[in-house]
Design a protein. Sequence first.
Length: 487
Amino acid sequence: MPTHIRVLAALPAVLRRPPAWSLVALWTLALGLWGLSRHHTVWRDEAATWQVARRPAADIWHLLGQVDSVHGLYYLLMHGLFTLFGPGTTTLRLPSVLATSVAAACVTVIGRRLGGSRAGNAAGFTLGLLPAVEFYLQEGRPYALIAMGASISTLLLVTSLNGRESNGRWATYAATVAVCALLNWLSLLILPAHLLTLLLARADRTTWTRWAGAACGATACAAPLILFSRGQAQQVSWIPALTWHLLIGPAVLLALGALGALLDRSRPRRPSLTSVGLPLLAMPQLALLGLSLVQPLYLDRYILFSMLGLALLIGAALDAALHAVAARAPRTRPWLLPTSIGAATLALLPQLLDKRSPESRVDDVLAVAHDVRRLKHPGDAVLFIPAARRDAALVSPADFDGLRDIALAQTPLTSGTLKGVESTPHRLRSQLAAQHRVLLVTDSPDLARPPTAARDQVKLAVLHHRFRPVADRRSHGRRVTVYERRP
């Protein structure tokens, strides 16, 4: 026997023929690592993670008592990673890449169990190409981690419905749902999806009882966070009310899901791809739309995990289409799925490139910090309009060395806030009038809104009356203007 044959025979079976989910996970991992730094840019949402994760754990707890408690577990997780590996775009985004890879692997396993190997593989490869998933695949926020948890809990549910129930699996299910809820309690919207799946799959009484116990246990764990975070509801006051324009996206997703369900060839099975995928896509969307009628909350990132359902349904539709082609040309069967995924990747290449460019986000915190470093002089003052634009100084403090933040009365660290506490308008007016040179950091004109805070109105009024602009830089959604006192 030739040497290479003996070596291959000695390898474990898993290495000779790796499972399909591992190939899907590697594919998704490669998509995530491609252009991970986005040309070394960080936008405002990620800046919140960056600046909070760099605080001591005690100061993070202080912050959570005032604001952003809904993201507390995620901030503590990122604090640990920043402590171990140091702050950077890789540390910031790699957890989301790894989480999405795990989610794609789980989708593959679910699809293979419910619809066959080709449907499962198609669903897994599809997940990483969905535009919404592509955006949060490389995002320093918790939404990909929640999608991973949702995929694990759904896999556990499917396993139990297929007759492999155990107390350990249901305990793991409850723990997974609870952890997702602690990352963002709106992830509990997966429970109505799973409830509908149980109805469609005609689960027996024992399964219903165990699921209800697990769901109630997970909800009870998240209840204190839900109640406490309601006192910080002003954080989401900026979310717009529902309009017909906002409903277009969910309507398109539900239409795609319905098409996939119609083409699902696994319906004789219980559960099927339709009974798992369609509720997972539709119920979180509809539930969040319903909640938004009471208080505007509809943002696609809050229910990113619903894309797992869309991937499963697309896998079912693609399987049906390829089955029809293979029936007419049997020799093409082995190449149909790889060719389809390759063609889809090429077709989506402009979108994939766009998501990895600085222009894919509304602004860039690091770009404006670099502009400040080039424009500042020793002894200059700096102002931020609105105060939330102070995030540039918090993410890249070295670029602001030597500048005096004259509006700041309490730092974000001491006040337990994201942007600090600023002086009163009267005190701010007198402080600003005494300056010779001021750098104003704000939004670019296409993004800037008229200031509503009295402090910001005072800043602009004094700058316009007593100073004149001498330099101006605009980059990726942010703007730095240098003002000097009029002669």
